[in-house]
Ligand binder design. Structure first.
Ligand code: ADP
Ligand code: MG
Length: 524
């Protein structure tokens, strides 16, 4: 059995496996490219197109094309096409199917057992939705792995991590739709994440937006009486495609000309690398600010400097990224397989996971992965990571009645984590308390209810006749993989409840139905 690593990206996806001699290999799609646009075109009720052709279809039929679906993972936002509704899991499943089918066509092998990467900041619901997307695509998802961990595994394996001493690594990942930065240490085969931070809505496509705005401005200067090209979906998508092409080209060239066409008029706009850098400087500055936050937290945690700074994500090919990190921090960043590292590292991790699952009996011997003869992967990695979100309880201020969230576990706390705190009843004679477990929703922890998501609840009994402010205890335990359990105890009676998290994603039946429905559809 071969195992595969999949980078299911916001804008581009990639699949890799470990070859016979232990090296990760990216499997090309049938168009011959290493990465596949994460774009899905619902051409008709029984035909779906994924990848570059879907991206091209955006120009002609934008209403049937879905982009950036990863941003909706974990949320309930169905979309309707040709009389059928599709959840984000089902749409992502079609991207996965394309990757796997193409891998079969080009490498001759059916991929079934996979590890899918997820952003470090994904919470429980998003991770669960990612697994379910895999199941809908008919895959066995051995695990999900955080993208910076995967990137570091690829890097560590390349560097021959066994021979080298401890290394502190900063991963700076600027993709199409997201930015994140992570500090981790590699020590032999021990990998420890110290801290991670990022912005969910900051990536290469924001750079494209700036270029589009500039092109439109120049077009309108030239043709003041013409309509706004952005008011026409076709012109807009063409402009977005051209802007992205220009941006990519300008990573290697100094100048590039885009022909802006709208209502039969054409304006050739010359772009230079310097101009793009000027138009997008504030975006880059935001990544620098977030990186600074991460670097400072790492220093507090005993890692004041880095042996390597890895640039991951396609947008780090812009020379301005490395330049900013050099001037702002004195780093010597390295472009490390920016588009492919995550899939390659996920493949390493998949091999490890499968070997472990065979040894623990979760997979049978027949399901054992083919271990390369001269593998780098004979000893599993030990990975320790941090909480991706804060978790807490919804409480009421006894004096003002204000409701807010008190967090017991915070983002970037080392895992496993266990935190105990006391809470109190509100009223005399109160016989029960409703315990509502909340997950931090935004990038930064906040007490506001609206900045948190309810993930579970339970009711604890209180003995009769107790005054207000009667205490009870809550213990939050987050295991090494980020799964949360909460135990609440009333100490006098010994009454105890355990609350485990309901993620609330698709049920198993819904997943099975979606898988059957998808198998009837042509995906290409
Ligand atoms: P994802 O966010 O899906 O993980 P990637 O890491 O593949 O995405 O990064 C995709 C982003 O990288 C896109 O915005 C794309 O335009 C950008 N990109 C790819 N190649 C280049 C390049 N040569 N120069 C600048 N940006 C690039
Ligand atoms: Mg990525």
């Amino acid at each position: 059995m071969a195992v595969y690593g999949i980078d299911l990206g916001t804008t581009y996806s990639c699949i890799a496996r470990i070859d016979d001699v232990g090296r990760p290999t990216v499997l090309r799609n049938i168009e011959g490219a290493d990465t596949t646009p994460s774009v899905v075109y619902f051409e008709s009720a029984d035909s779906v197109v994924v990848g570059q052709s879907a991206k091209d279809a955006t120009v002609l039929d934008p209403d049937h094309v879905v982009q950036l679906i990863k941003r909706d993972m974990g949320d309930v936002v169905p979309r309707e096409f040709h009389g059928r509704t599709y959840t984000p899991e089902e749409i992502s499943a079609r991207i996965l199917r394309k990757l796997v089918d193409d891998a079969k066509a080009t490498a001759g092998e059916e991929a079934r057992d996979v590890v899918i990467s997820v952003p470090a900041y994904f919470g429980l619901a998003e991770r669960d939705a990612t697994r379910k997307a895999g199941e809908i695509a008919g895959l066995r998802v051995l695990d999900v792995v955080a993208e910076p961990i995967a990137a570091a595994l690829d890097y560590g394996a390349l560097e021959g991590d066994e021979e080298r001493g401890d290394r502190a690594v900063l991963v700076y990942d600027l993709g199409g739709g997201t930015f994140d930065t992570t500090v981790l240490t590699l020590r032999g085969r021990e990998l420890t994440v110290l801290c991670t931070d990022g912005a969910k809505e900051l990536g290469g496509s924001d750079f494209d937006d700036r270029i589009v705005a500039h092109l439109v401005e120049r077009f309108r200067e030239r043709f003041p009486d013409a309509d706004d090209p952005l008011s026409d979906p076709q012109s807009e998508t063409q402009l977005r495609k051209d802007a992205e092409e220009a941006k990519k080209a300008l990573s290697f060239r100094e100048r590039y000309t885009v022909r802006v066409m709208h209502q039969g008029r054409v304006e050739a706009v010359e772009l230079t690398r310097g101009l793009i850098e000027e138009l997008t400087r504030d975006l880059l500055d935001r990544t620098v600010d977030i990186t600074r936050r991460t670097v400072e937290l790492a220093a507090e945690r005993g890692v004041p400097s880095f042996d390597d700074v890895l640039l991951v994500g396609g947008a780090t090919k812009m020379p301005a990224v490395a330049a900013a990190l050099r001037t702002q921090f004195g780093f010597e960043p390295r472009l490390h397989n920016p588009d492919l590292a995550v899939a390659r590292g996920a493949a390493f991790y998949a091999l490890d996971r499968a070997a472990y699952m065979v040894s623990s009996g979760e997979l049978s011997d027949e399901q054992a992965p083919d271990v390369p003869e001269t593998g780098l992967t004979h000893r599993p990695y030990e990975i320790s990571t941090v909480a991706s979100r804060g978790y807490g309880i919804r409480v009421t201020d006894i004096d003002t009645g204000r409701e807010y969230v008190t967090h017991l576990v915070h983002a970037n706390d080392g895992l496993p984590a266990s935190v105990t705190d006391d809470f109190f009843t509100l009223r005399d004679g109160q016989r029960q308390v409703r315990i509502q477990v909340m997950e931090q929703a935004g990038a930064v922890e906040s007490e506001e209810l609206a900045h948190n998501t309810a993930v579970a609840q339970g009711t604890l009994k209180i003995p009769p006749g107790k005054p207000a402010r009667w205490p009870f205890q809550c213990v939050f335990t987050l295991d090494a993989s980020g799964l949360l359990t909460v135990v609440a105890t009333e100490r006098e009676s010994g009454e105890q409840i355990e609350i485990s998290i309901q993620i609330g994603g698709l049920s198993q039946e819904a997943v099975d139905e979606a898988r059957v429905a998808m198998s009837r559809q042509r995906i290409g």
